[in-house]
Design a protein around this ligand. Structure first.
Ligand code: 2PG
Ligand code: MG
Length: 376
């Protein structure tokens, strides 16, 4: 594929922040999202010079005019630009070039056999994703394992709408989840009762959480603001005990970031009958995953391309996880754009789970893309 022209510009993401969009040959677009609860070990979205520098650099530098790209692995040539332009610029650049190579159909270009992921839908939340007083737990997640992609998505949305009707909640988190005047434990009980009733009707929806524990952690303690527990400031041992109690009591099938982002050995003490997932702990970084494997910290990890600043490195860690039997969850960010490439990557690379919300146009566009791919 001959790349004649690469243009970059600034758009707004779902949080109203500046985001980068790259357009190749006037037709193929990609943009990159941003987190609010970012991990310490993620690459920076942009360099110290900011987003405008990256946009100008891409627009003016002769490097980004008149060149050829033949296949996915050729995108590696952009990896070295992360330190100059930031991870978001490189991911948008690679995404737009990949769309061009694939002529707009990334999933079918990357694989002749698509496989559909289980969606994790954020229905109630708080933490760093809510300015108003939400739960300490950042995300309460629904996992429906129906046969078709379309039914999985519909079922998550059905439960989400029930929550909306029952609570009449008006406020939403950055990811479109409801912000409720309830404690963490009250939400567990509330959701368990809804999901139990669903089970009586033959619909099985599982419950997971992203605790995003680094956001609760300060001076070697975990601080809770909105908990029914008597004790609001927990030691590491108490945090581990609390998470294990939640897993057992509420039958959680998925627990993301139960402990702060440096505590590999603490993660190892979390009950592994469930999916214990590293997001801030791993930051889509193979070197950190290798430490986690040695310490038996996790059995699953979040995959966010902009955490590592490369689609090629993203593919590498996905392949590595398959070899090591580590489950992968490709994920949106809290500040999202209308880009839906993660849906294509999930289906083509056979990533078993996708976390991309339930409500809001930037979330729904990815879910719609999954349904579109299933129906073709
Ligand atoms: C997370 C993400 C996405 P953020 O913690 O998993 O849900 O949040 O993009 O703010 O890091
Ligand atoms: Mg997370």
């Amino acid at each position: 594929m001959h790349i004649q022209e690469v243009q970059a510009r600034i758009i707004k993401n779902s949080r109203g922040e500046n985001a980068i969009e790259v357009i190749v040959n006037k037709k193929y677009k990609a943009s990159a999202p941003s987190g609010a609860s970012t991990g310490k070990h993620e690459v920076s979205c942009f360099s110290d010079k900011g987003i405008s520098f990256s946009v100008d650099f891409i627009n003016k530098h002769p490097h980004f005019k008149n060149f050829s790209l033949e296949e996915f692995s050729d995108l590696r040539i952009f990896d070295s630009f992360v330190s100059i332009l930031g991870g978001n610029a490189v991911v948008a650049l690679q995404g737009a070039c990949l769309q061009a190579i694939a002529e707009g159909n990334v999933a079918s270009y990357l694989s002749s056999r698509l496989k559909f992921p289980i969606p994790l839908g954020n229905c109630i939340g708080g933490g760093a994703h809510s300015k108003s007083f939400g739960t300490d737990i950042q995300e309460f997640l629904l996992l429906s394992k129906m046969k078709s992609m379309e039914d999985r998505i519909l079922l998550n949305r059905y439960v989400y709408d029930i929550i909306g009707k029952l609570t009449k909640a008006k406020k939403k988190t950055d990811e479109g989840a409801f912000v409720l005047q309830k404690t963490n434990e009250e939400v567990f009980l509330f959701l368990s009762s809804i999901l139990d009733q669903m089970k009586d009707y033959g619909y099985s929806v599982h419950l997971g959480v992203d605790i995003a524990a680094s956001q609760l952690y300060k001076d070697r303690k975990y601080y809770y603001r909105n908990s029914s527990q008597k004790k609001k400031i927990l030691s590491r041992a108490e945090q581990i005990a609390l998470v294990n109690e939640w897993i057992k009591k509420y039958g959680l099938t998925y627990v993301e970031d139960p402990l702060q982002e440096e505590d590999f050995s603490g993660f190892a003490m979390v009950e592994k009958k469930t999916l214990v997932c590293g997001d801030d702990l791993i930051t889509t970084n193979i070197a950190r995953l290798k430490i986690a494997l040695k310490e038996k910290s996790v059995n699953s990890i979040i995959i966010k391309p902009n955490q590592i600043g490369s689609l090629v490195k993203t593919k590498e860690i996905v392949d590595f996880c398959k070899k090591k039997e580590i489950q992968t969850i490709i994920s949106h960010r809290s500040g999202e754009t209308m880009d839906s490439i993660i849906a294509d990557l999930a289906t083509a690379w056979h990533i078993p789970y996708i976390k991309t919300g339930i409500f809001g146009k930037e979330r729904e566009v990815k879910l719609q893309r999954l349904v579109e791919l299933e129906n073709r």
